[in-house]
Structures are given as C-alpha cells and as structure tokens.
Ligand binder design. Structure first.
Ligand code: PEP
Length: 250
C-alpha cells in the first residue's frame, strides 16, 4: 500500500500579511520532482486563510486551518466553523494540537467532535495525539496515545483522515524521540487506528510525525517505517526551511 507523503506546515499564531511572500516562495520551490513525491500544505492563522488561498493555489500547495468550531454556524462569538474554513479555500484542518489541548483544555471528546465537524464540512482533519514527557518517563506513552486514538477519531472516519503523532515534549524544544521510539509508536498507532476504524482503512491513513522536525533531521525521521510525512511548526515559517524539510522526499 503506497501512501502519498504529506508535509504540513503549522504556522501557529505567527504571520501577518507581510509573510505571504514566504508562501509564494514555497510554491515557487515546490517543483515537479518534489510534487511527484509529496503533498505540501500550509496552515497559516485564520486571518491569512483567504489571502493565502490565492497564493497556495498558484503554487500548487494545499491550504489548512489550525482549529475549527464544532457547530456549523450560530451564536458562538469568536469561533470559526469548519464550513467557514472550507468557504475560504481550506481543505485541511488541524484538530487536537497539544497547544489547544493544553491552552484551551480541549479533551479527546472535543477533538472527536471537531474532527466530525471537519468531515461534515468536507475538510480533512489532521488529528493530533501525543504523550507528555512525564507520561513517556513513566512508560505510559503507548497507552496514552492508544487512548487518544480510541477517543479522538470518529469511528466512521474515512481513510483520507490524517493522524499526527506529536510527542508534546518534542514540540518547539529541539528534542526528538529516537528513530526506534518513532518506529515503535507509529506501528502501534497504525494498529490502534485499525482497531478503531477497521476495514483495512489504517493502511491508507497517513500518520505524520511532528516535533522539532527541521531540514537537518527530516530525512532520518521521514524514512522511519509507518511515518508518512511531517507536521512542522517552527521550520515551516520560511520557505527555505519548509522546502528543506520536504526535500527529505526528493
Ligand atoms: C507543531 O506545532 O505541530 C510542531 C511540531 O512544532 P515544532 O516543529 O516547532 O516542534
């Protein structure tokens, strides 16, 4: 089963209009050879989605958002629905990022509802899971991630959903798990996804690794078995670094 690698850039709460030329430069560097080997998407803050859409379309890049509300519309001041994201050109949305789980106390049930909302609107959810440092040190990483998969993925999810394994302690820290730990977790995650969804869907679902991926470690991490791409934070803010990461697939 071949899965097309996906490299997704999560800009988090970074980027003003003046940053759009970086996306333009990513599109310019996303040449046919790389396009043949990997799909690239950028997830800027919601304020830039409408403007970024034109730029990503021109450059052959995909566009994603970083979160969505559960309801499709209504009296939810400040929230943005999956339907609205779709309307401005997004085709992906990250749900359950550890920063949202921590800063906004999002639970697996919230993440499940957001993933279902994304699917309802025709968006592909990138569902994030990952253990904390304390959980890994306690030998609990597999159990924690297994439980997050069980509770965060809608049981009827189609095979085009994406799961991102992001150890919380590796995000923005410069630390990464060993290749052996990544291999163990990704194999385990695929097993748990199969147990959750059944029907062989897990073989088609892309499981991304995220956490301090940069041009210098991307090749090693992206070539681990069951790693189908990367969710990239800091290194997605410039075209040079983001294309440097994606170039692991050249
Ligand atoms: C992320 O924000 O999902 C992430 C993995 O960040 P970083 O690459 O900066 O660790």
């Amino acid at each position: 089963m071949t899965r097309r690698p996906l490299v997704a850039g999560n800009w988090k709460m970074n980027g003003l209009c003046a940053a759009l030329p970086e996306i333009e430069a990513m599109g310019a560097a996303y040449d046919d050879a790389l396009r043949d080997r990997a799909e690239l998407i950028v997830c800027p803050p919601a304020t830039l989605l409408a403007l970024a859409c034109e730029v990503t379309t021109r450059g052959g890049l995909g566009l994603g958002a970083q979160d969505c509300a559960v309801a499709p519309r209504g009296a939810h001041t400040g929230d943005i629905s999956a339907e609205m994201l779709k309307d401005v050109g997004a085709s992906y949305v990250i749900v359950g990022h550890s920063e949202r789980r921590a800063d906004h106390r999002e639970t697996d049930a919230d993440v499940h509802a957001k993933a279902a909302a994304a699917l309802r609107a025709g968006l592909t959810p990138i569902i994030c899971v990952g253990e904390t440092r304390a959980e890994r040190d306690a030998g609990d990483a597999l159990r924690v991630v297994g439980a997050q998969i069980e509770s965060s993925l809608p049981s009827s999810a189609p095979a085009h959903i994406v799961v991102a394994y992001e150890p919380v302690w590796a995000i923005g820290t410069g630390l990464t798990p060993t290749v052996g730990d990544v291999a163990e977790m990704h194999a385990f995650a695929r097993e748990r996804i199969e147990a959750r969804l059944g029907g062989g869907k897990s073989l088609r679902i892309r499981i991304l690794y995220g956490g301090s991926v940069k041009p210098s470690n991307a090749r090693e991490l992206m070539h681990v078995a069951n790693v189908d791409g990367a969710l990239v934070g800091g290194a997605s803010l410039t075209a040079t670094d983001f294309i440097g990461v994606a170039s692991a697939y050249r």
